[in-house]
Design a protein around this ligand. Structure first.
Ligand code: AMP
Ligand code: GLY
Length: 433
């Protein structure tokens, strides 16, 4: 069988790796891929948001399955175009992708259906937004409505910060059209966790929970990034909470989408805050998380090809999805300067040695192959995952492999999973309540 994966990050490397283990022995193509993906798939010179070229390639090569990794092609309607041509697609259509593409759309779905989330209001008029903001005070959260490469959310501790964020989004248009509409949202206190679920239009099957570290510096300080590391399962998500999240959040969300006539297929990713009043939705994403995927898929026992086909065909309920009773931790190695500007083209050494450690995986994010050499080409360069029976073992495996890898200006956080290691559940499998 032939599979096309769209994307070029660590998430797509983990997806290609998991698909490549399938008993169905697929031939995998990846558009555009990276140096790590090139070891297990044939990389295509087509960018992930080049919809016409992707559709053309699919029509010429007739893949049995197409897995779309990033949010941009999903929001641009890649799945819609491919479905029109009769392909089996893993990833929602444009209407479903609005769950990530418009914070206002998601907020309305949540509030209209009494799904727990932060109170919020949406504005397109700057003066009205400012008046509302002043009436609410700080702390408060300002969110650009549209896609802003993960930079559209500002958590404001003071009113001054909030007014600046509003001004930048609505008047200075730093996020372009994406920030012309803003959602002003109540600040939620608690611990964050991500629940990703497979959805086939009808049924919803949650994966093991995960938690990522968004801030660039140790102690969860500094600016937000795409994610500097993650672990799975997240000890904060007990078995009781998992059930509550499924019944009170995920299932009602799918019902709400169905009521709107949206047949959502792919991954629905709920970013949650576990507050004193219970779990509340912070955001939805319409795809696998990065770096959450790099800790979730190494724990998957079931054949990912079978899952993706079942999702595309609406047959998820026929499949039993099983997970290892282990823990996974990943550490992102980034280029110095990220999430600001950073150099590219640095030679990476030690990759072969790193993967010789047992139960250790190196997923490439921003890498390119130049001749025989693997070089850096992005802010997040590599994501190193360790799997162990306990969280502590997984952390040790990941960091042992990280210490084998070298490139000029390599930066990584040394405290990934610190919160979980301190938790009363540390070292235990999260299922123990
Ligand atoms: P998002 O891009 O929506 O995931 O938001 C980025 C980060 O902002 C989240 O991971 C949270 O840490 C934080 N955040 C977003 N919304 C809220 C909220 N209502 N209360 C507190 N923190 C939030
Ligand atoms: N790790 C956060 C995201 O994938 O959006």
């Amino acid at each position: 069988m032939v599979i096309l994966v769209v994307g070029s990050g660590g998430r797509e490397h983990a997806i290609c790796w998991s698909l490549s283990k399938s008993k169905r022995n697929p031939k995998i193509y990846c558009a555009p891929g990276n140096a790590g993906i090139a070891q297990i798939a044939e990389c295509l010179d087509i960018l992930a948001d080049d919809i016409p070229s992707l559709v053309k390639w699919a029509n010429e090569h007739d893949p049995n399955l197409i897995v779309i990794g990033p949010e941009v092609p999903l929001c641009l309607g890649l799945a819609d175009e491919l479905l029109k041509d009769g392909f089996q697609v893993f990833g929602p259509t444009k209407d479903g992708a609005q769950m990530e593409g418009s914070k206002d759309f998601t907020k309305k779905i949540l509030m209209e259906n009494n799904i727990p989330t932060a109170n919020a209001r949406t504005f397109t008029d700057y003066k009205k937004a400012l008046a509302y903001l002043r009436s609410q005070g700080a702390p408060i959260v300002i969110k650009a409505d549209g896609l802003a490469s993960g930079k559209g959310v500002t958590v404001c501790e003071t009113l001054q910060q909030a007014e600046t964020a509003l001004d930048e989004s609505m008047k200075k248009k730093v996020f372009g059209d994406a920030g012309a509409k803003v959602v002003i949202e109540e600040f939620l206190m608690g611990e964050e966790a991500s629940i990703l679920a497979f959805v086939d239009g009808e049924s919803i099957v949650p994966m093991v929970s995960a938690q990522d570290h968004k801030r660039v510096f140790e102690g969860d300080k500094g600016p937000n990034t795409g994610g500097m590391g993650a672990y799975s399962p997240a000890p904060v998500i007990t078995e009781k909470l998992s059930k509550e999240i499924l019944e009170k959040i995920l299932k009602p969300t799918l019902e709400a989408l169905k009521k709107k006539g949206i047949i959502y297929k792919g991954v629905l990713y709920a970013g949650l805050m576990i507050t004193k009043e219970g779990p509340k939705v912070i955001e939805y994403n319409c795809r696998f998380g990065d770096p959450e995927t790099q800790v979730i898929l190494p724990l998957l026992k079931t054949d990912l090809v079978n899952i993706c086909m079942a999702v595309a065909q609406g047959k998820l309920s026929h499949l039993k999805i099983e997970w290892e009773e282990s823990q996974a931790v990943c550490v992102v190695i980034a280029s110095k300067g990220y999430p600001g500007s950073y150099p590219k083209g640095k030679i990476i050494e030690g990759l072969e040695k790193a993967v010789q450690n047992p139960e250790t995986y190196v997923f490439h994010s921003g890498t390119v192959l130049e001749g025989e050499k693997t070089k850096t080409s992005g802010g997040r360069v590599l994501c190193v995952t360790g799997v162990g029976k306990t969280l502590r073992q997984a952390v040790e495996k990941a960091y042992r492999a990280v210490s084998d890898i070298r490139f000029e200006g390599a930066y990584y956080r040394k405290d990934i999973a610190w919160r979980a290691l301190k938790s009363k559940h540390a070292g235990l499998h999260a299922k123990k309540d």
